[in-house]
Design a protein around this ligand. Structure first.
Ligand code: PEP
Length: 248
């Protein structure tokens, strides 16, 4: 499976000028990297100014569960689609933590995004080192009423909460831990869908990924890609991460 490397810029940068500059630097840097899919998930306010192409796709970091209407402050998946947004991150632990997002709400958003033909980067994770029942709950409830035909539009992110943005103190997961997390998720997916579909699921890893550790997660960890937060804020480091992924 061709690995996918996804930048999650979160609430960065603070100016439109820098977002456009960084996006273009990344676009130039990855245009000749053939065997990796590359995505940048940018803040809503910049999306209409970022021009995907040359192998770089555009993603958002959230969406609402209706297409239009009286929902003050929300952004719909159809609006995103109309801006050439191909991907959306849903279920991120920071939204669960700071905005109280429930898995039921995430499920509604996933259904709406898929209906708008947007690929969903569905984050699941737990506070515990061993993948456990929180992940089971997030997958079972988050995927309720998702049609099997839409399965190929889902990217699952194994994102242990304790390993996110730890670049300074380096509490990162090991490739062996990510393999375990991936297996655990695949077994749950087997029960929700079936063996064949679960086997084909794209499961990637997120949590302090950078250019130095990505190869380990892809090769030894057997992950199908990486979600990159802090390390994607330096466009050159993100390009290095994509290039390292291409070598894995
Ligand atoms: C994230 O939160 O999606 C993430 C991967 O962040 P970081 O790489 O900073 O851990």
């Amino acid at each position: 499976m061709t690995p996918i490397i996804i930048a999650n810029w979160k609430m960065n940068p603070v100016t439109l000028v820098k977002s456009k500059r960084d996006f273009e630097i990344i676009k130039q840097g990855v245009k000749n990297v053939k065997n990796v899919k590359t995505v940048v998930c940018a803040p809503f306010v910049f999306l209409s100014n970022l021009k995907p192409g040359s192998g770089l796709a555009l993603g958002a970091q959230d969406c609402f569960y209706n297409d239009k209407g009286p929902f003050t402050g929300e952004i719909s998946p159809v609006q995103l689609r109309n801006l050439k947004t191909e991907y959306v991150i849903l279920g991120h632990s920071e939204r669960r933590k700071y905005l109280g997002e429930s898995t039921e709400l995430v499920n509604q958003k996933i259904i709406a995004a898929l209906a708008a033909d947007i690929k969903v980067i569905f984050c699941v994770g737990s506070e515990t080192e061993k993948p456990g029942k929180e992940i089971k709950y997030q997958l079972e409830k988050g995927l309720k009423n998702i049609k099997e035909k839409d399965f190929s539009k889902l990217i699952f992110v194994y994102e242990p909460v304790w390993a996110i943005s730890t670049t300074k103190n380096k509490i990162i997961a090991t490739p062996a831990q990510t393999t375990k997390g991936c297996l655990y998720m695949r077994n749950i997916l087997k029960k929700i869908f079936n063996k064949k579909t679960a086997k084909e699921a794209r499961i990637i890893y997120g949590g302090s990924v950078d250019s130095k550790n990505i190869k380990g997660f892809l090769k030894e960890g057997k992950m199908a890609g990486g979600l990159v937060g802090a390390a994607s804020l330096n466009p050159y480091e993100f390009i290095r991460t994509v290039k390292e992924a291409a070598k894995a």
